[in-house]
Structures are given as C-alpha cells and as structure tokens.
Design a binder for this molecule. Structure first.
Ligand code: GDP
Length: 318
C-alpha cells in the first residue's frame, strides 16, 4: 500500500488509538516521519497554538486521535469537559489544518454519535435522525461537530477531510481506571483482582443485558491506514467487527480468559446505557477492509497487555 505522505501528525499519540497507529506506521511505513506533540507542549484546544505548531512542523496529513474519552460513568459525570474539550480540539485542529494547507485529515469519532434507538445494525445515514443516548450525549455531540466540520470543509473547499467512527475499542494501551474506563478494561481489572483475592462473587454494572460490538485497537489502526490510502473515502464510515455480544456473555468470556471461577452478579443500580450498539460495516467493507482479530483472541492479547503493564508498573489508570 502506497502512502503519498512524508510527514504525518498523529494527535493523541499517547492514547490507545494514537499509540496503536504510531506503532503500525513505524512497522509498515518506516520512511514516513511521524510527528507527535505531548499535551504539555501543545494545547490542541487553542487554534493559534495549533497553527504555530503546524507552521513549524508542516505535516502533509493529520490523523486526529486526541480525545477526552471515558466509559459510561465518566461520560455521565463530566459532560462539561467531554463536550467542551472535544469540540474545542476538533475546531482548532481542523481549522488550523485547513489554513496551513494540510492535504489530508482523518478525524476519529465513535459510534455513540448515532441515535439511542437507531435501527440495528446502524448505518451511517442514521446520523441525526432521532435523540442521542443520554449517558454519552456530550461526547457524541462533540464528535458530531468534528465529523460535520470535516464534511463541510470537504464540500465547501474541496479538501480531503474525512472521519472514521469506530465501535467500542479495547486492547493494548487501554485505560484500566476502576470507574472511568470502558467495560473491557474495567472487567479485566476487576476479574483479575477477584481471582488474586479469591473473591467468590463479582458484580458487573447494569443488568448485563445491553449488547455491544467490540474492535481490537490494532484492527482500528489498520483501518485508519487503509482509509488514508484510498482516493475517495466516505465522509464518515463505521469501523466495527459486525458482531455483538451481551455484557453478561462478555463477562463470562473475560472470566474464562482470566481464569476466574467465582459467580458473576449483575448490579442494576448502575446504568446500562444504550440497549444495543451494532454497526453496519458494509460501507467500510466496500472500501476493501475487514478486521482480523476476533474477540476471544483479542481478550487474550488485552489481558497480556494488562499483566505486562502491571508488572512494569506503567498500567494506564486515569
Ligand atoms: P458504552 O458502550 O458507552 O455504554 O460504554 P461502557 O464500555 O462504559 O459500557 C458498556 C456496558 O457495559 C454498559 O452497559 C455498562 O453498564 C456495562 N458494564 C458492566 N460492567 C462494567 C464496568 O466494570 N465498567 C464499565 N465501563 N461498564 C460496565
């Protein structure tokens, strides 16, 4: 696969998605210079700072993987930060990229942009057809602004700015915070601790009935590379695995992966979130891409990553 870029700026390179994408670029396209900027050096919410950074570094493509992210509780607890930081980062970076003549911009969103009661599997055109899920409305609104701004730039000024909407991600470099993480890292941590402590029961949040679709982050990195290599990408496209599983089934799979043999209880006092979130991935498939890491294998890789982080003392938990 040929990539006509010499310098790619990856925002959010310390996050799960950004770091996976940087690893993949280094492996598959070692000649491409990857530009990154730690948060202490560049505040992506400030357009003038982003512009100065782009002027100094002159990337020809940007992969935007910087976001304030979190699981269901974090989203519901900090809606102000989830909306304002994500909107500001998107507007500042997309605007500065256009002004500095960046040739290609790939913006990362999430499938939570779709309506809570969207027909399943969710197709791209269901965007903005009915109300959003309340527990992640702030994040979803911000991501809709980002994808629309890319779409408008492309339409109004003819630049190749476009977006990818991944389903629930997990894997290498995940955030294992006990309350703020997403379900897979949250369960890996709690089930591991329950195994070590010999706990006879463990509870998972909610009723266990909601269904979710999961994608290993290295698959997403591969999808992003594919998307920036094709000539006429969709304005926004779902990136998923096309299969979903109930949270209780997931918990059983995590227990098996970790070797926890106690009883799994549900905790309906915690929120369930949207009942089902399965994406239709036919648009992405039509561009010539499908994922390769299935959930059972991915959970093993994720647990290995968790154990490595634990033993090295550098487990992400924030
Ligand atoms: P969502 O897809 O935006 O709802 O994000 P999450 O990954 O945070 O949650 C997915 C589902 O897993 C929700 O129904 C949660 O209630 C459920 N869940 C069960 N146990 C946990 C847990 O320990 N952490 C998280 N984050 N979710 C959990």
């Amino acid at each position: 696969m040929e990539l006509p870029y010499q310098k790619i700026f990856v925002t959010g390179h310390r996050g799960m998605v950004g770091s996976a994408f940087c690893r993949l670029l280094a492996r598959k396209h070692p000649h491409i210079q990857v530009i990154t900027a730690p948060r202490e050096q560049l505040d992506l919410t400030r357009e003038s700072d982003v512009r100065a950074f782009l002027e100094a570094n002159r990337p020809d493509a940007i992969v935007f993987a910087a976001s304030r992210v979190g699981g269901i509780i974090a989203n519901a607890t900090y809606p102000v930060e989830f909306l304002s930081e994500n909107v500001q980062m998107a507007i500042a970076t997309i605007t500065a990229a256009y002004e500095l003549g960046v040739k290609r911009f790939l913006y990362l969103g999430s499938t939570c942009i779709y309506p809570r009661m969207a027909p399943q599997p969710i197709r791209e055109e269901y965007l903005l057809t009915s109300p959003l899920e309340e527990t992640n409305e702030a994040y979803a609104l911000a991501k809709i602004v980002g994808l629309k701004l890319c779409q408008y730039y492309r339409k109004q000024y003819g630049v190749l700015f476009h977006s990818a909407m991944p389903t629930n991600l997990y894997g290498t470099g995940d955030n294992y915070h006990p309350n703020h993480s997403h379900v897979i890292p949250g369960l890996i941590r709690r089930f591991h601790e329950a195994k070590i402590n010999g706990a006879e029961t463990i509870s998972i949040w909610g009723t266990g009935k909601p269904r979710r679709e999961f994608l290993y982050v290295d698959d997403l990195a591969d999808a992003l590379l594919h998307l920036i290599s094709i000539h006429n990408p969709p304005d926004w496209v779902n990136v998923g695995s096309s299969t979903d599983i109930s949270i209780l089934e997931l918990a059983n799979l995590v227990a098996r992966t970790i070797g926890y043999q106690g009883q799994i209880l549900t905790d309906p006092s915690k929120p369930d979130g949207t009942p089902r979130k399965l994406t239709d991935t036919s648009l992405m498939q039509a561009t010539g891409w499908t994922p390769t890491i299935e959930l059972g294998e991915g959970l093993k890789l994720a647990y290995e990553d968790f154990l490595t982080g634990l033993s090295n003392g550098n487990l992400r938990s924030q």
